[in-house]
Design a protein around this ligand. Structure first.
Ligand code: SF4
Length: 361
């Protein structure tokens, strides 16, 4: 399998004339100024030096902001630079992210010309009332139109959605995922809303008009969405914002996060929780009460199966009184697992009975 590499180029808020209530792109992308052509070139060259493998897939990704909202001349200049690396076969593809209302046939033709392969749309919610509350400035209808057009032009479609937006419930988010599935994206990103300094949401939070969801709620909501997308073979490529110097613990004075479900390993918490459910299903499927078990997993899944700070092992012990040992096994395919019952509850009781008899005699 080819090794996948991404060269991220961050386009800050300047690329977006909009002001969604939750967004401060300067903090989210960690970049405050629009990169110059030289800086983009240097960034690409710097990254390429590290990619040693012969058999690799390299993608230049313009993240943050709204790429197709930047002044058209600048867009083309950026794409020209990236395209030179496609022509020289050092890079395989280009990815951009943008807003649904910044997509039209002319834009797509221009992106095609420069070999852009993937277009990710910031959707956030498919509920028009919630979109309005966040001042997104577009509707679900725009998302539908843009998604269809992107697919029609042969691009790989990606969607980004959020959990915990103002007035958004778990059901709204499930409905958003279901609506998106109908639009057939290939990839999805899910972001829990964090309250970022300098945003309107921060004011709403301070004035007690907005209450963020907790980390546990965010994990539960994201997990449900992952199940829905996975069922339709849509790949969830990211859960939670990337940690940066600014997107960090709200208690850190340099942090741009005021409140919300921040966790340094948020995506891992969701994956751990999915593993927890699957381990429990396996234990419950055994027709006897289990006391002691071993779970064999691929080494890639070891950390998720054990859980953050051993949370899965501890919770299974506390809640179900099962002593679980997770064992890495190369023979198990990633994502799969095999449960071995070491001791049933009957075995355990029998052991105690024998011990007591020994003591008596
Ligand atoms: S459209 Fe995107 S970049 Fe622009 S303000 Fe909204 S979230 Fe931020």
């Amino acid at each position: 399998m080819k090794k996948q590499y991404i060269i991220p180029i961050f386009i800050p808020h300047l690329g977006c004339p909009n002001d969604c209530t939750f967004c401060n792109q300067k903090s989210i992308s960690g970049t405050k100024h629009m990169p110059t052509k030289e800086e983009i070139k240097n960034e690409i060259e710097k990254n390429l030096k590290y990619f040693k493998e012969e058999d690799k897939n390299v993608e230049i990704a313009f993240f943050g902001g709204s790429f197709t909202g930047i002044e058209p001349k600048l867009q083309e200049e950026f794409l020209q630079i990236a395209n030179e690396y496609i022509i020289s076969k050092q890079v395989n593809s280009i990815r951009i992210s943008t807003r649904p209302d910044y997509i039209n046939k002319d834009i797509l033709k221009m992106l095609k010309k420069y070999h852009v392969k993937t277009i990710e749309l910031g959707v956030q919610s498919t509920n028009d009332y919630i979109l309005k509350k966040c001042k997104r400035g577009h509707t679900f209808e725009d998302v539908k139109k843009a998604s269809k057009l992107i697919r029609w032009y042969g691009f790989k479609l990606g969607h980004q959605m959020m959990v915990g937006l103002p007035e958004s419930t778990k059901l709204d988010e499930i409905n958003t995922a279901k609506d998106l599935i109908k639009l057939k994206p290939k990839i999805v990103r899910i972001y829990p809303v964090l309250v970022i300094k300098g945003t309107q949401l921060e004011k709403e939070y301070e004035e007690k008009e907005y209450e963020p969801i907790t980390v546990n709620q965010a994990v539960e909501r994201c997990k449900e969405l992952v199940y829905l997308f996975n069922k339709k073979k849509i790949e969830v490529i990211r859960i939670g914002l990337q940690n940066t110097e600014e997107i960090t613990d709200p208690n850190d004075e340099k942090s741009s996060v005021t409140a919300g479900p921040y966790h340094p390993a948020f995506g891992q918490l969701v994956e751990d929780s999915i593993w927890y459910d699957s381990i429990l299903d396996k234990i419950k499927a055994v027709n006897v009460k289990v006391k002691d078990a071993k779970l064999y997993v691929n080494p890639d899944n070891l950390n998720n199966a054990i859980g953050h700070k051993k949370s899965n092992i501890i919770n299974i012990q506390k809640t179900y009184d099962v002593d679980l040992k997770v064992v890495a096994d190369e023979k198990i395919k990633p994502g799969n697992s095999k449960l071995e019952i070491v001791k049933t509850y009957d075995d355990y009781l029998e052991e105690i009975r024998k011990k007591q008899e020994k003591v008596k005699s």
